[in-house]
Design a protein around this ligand. Structure first.
Ligand code: SF4
Length: 230
């Protein structure tokens, strides 16, 4: 099956209408999303150096016990000038092996969810609460989140995103510092240091629970609406 066929199948499964790309007089999201492509006012080299230093710091981190079992750290990936920041929970097995967040089937579905709102993976930045994989994909421990939180905060400070998507229950609960279930957290706009935060279902969950596909689409629509109104 071709990538395009898989993409259409995913979208069909989620009952998502495909938005055709528009280059002229087109979708506001595209215009908005590309805003960050404008030249930087600050020196690109110095900013790139700061990102590289942070990346190396993460790669060498031993601040919690997860360094002992990781294959490699998963720093995050994407456009360092993105308006959209997606934050997941922690690397899984594939991510730990490949060094990139949201790979495999869940990653493919996430890509399709982004494409459904006219965004590509290259236009957003994707990071996790934890940079190292918890063994057997168990939930992160509070001390691990605490040890790793500075890295995520520095990524947010550098990126200055216009909107954050908290992907999945754990990410949402950690970012919003709550124990509320995701069903109660979704559908609302929160703020983290004045940046709007929208909670969306984790694509791995959606792969198992396609009954939630409508809600997933609603969450994306809320994110899009919020972004447009910023
Ligand atoms: S999870 Fe975070 S704090 Fe723990 S070792 Fe990895 S990078 Fe360091």
């Amino acid at each position: 099956m071709t990538d395009e066929s898989k993409r259409l199948l995913y979208l069909e499964a989620m009952e998502i209408d495909v938005w055709l790309p528009k280059t002229n007089h087109g979708a506001p999201i595209t215009e908005h999303a590309l805003e960050k492509d404008k030249p930087l006012l600050s020196s690109p080299s110095s900013e790139a150096e700061i990102w590289q230093e942070l990346r190396e710091e993460v790669a060498n981190c031993q601040a919690c016990d997860l360094y002992k079992t990781r294959t490699q750290t998963v720093f995050g990936t994407g456009n360092t000038h993105a308006d959209w920041l997606l934050i997941g929970e922690a690397p899984g097995q594939n991510e730990d092996l490949q060094g990139e967040p949201f790979v495999g089937k869940a990653g493919q579905l996430l890509n399709e969810m982004l494409r459904a709102i006219n965004l590509s993976r290259e236009q957003v930045f994707i990071a996790n609460i934890l940079k190292c994989r918890p063994p057997n994909n168990r939930d992160p421990k509070p001390e691990e989140v605490s040890a790793c939180s500075d890295f995520l905060q520095r990524q947010i400070d550098l990126l200055k995103p216009k909107i954050i998507l908290a992907v999945g229950r754990i990410a949402a609960q950690q970012l919003l510092k709550t124990t509320e279930p995701i069903g109660k957290l979704r559908g609302k706009v929160y703020f983290l240091d004045a940046i709007p935060v929208i909670v969306i279902y984790h694509p791995a969950y959606l792969l198992r629970s396609l009954l939630e596909k409508r809600k997933a689409w609603q969450d994306l629509q809320l994110a899009l609406k919020t972004y447009r109104e910023i």
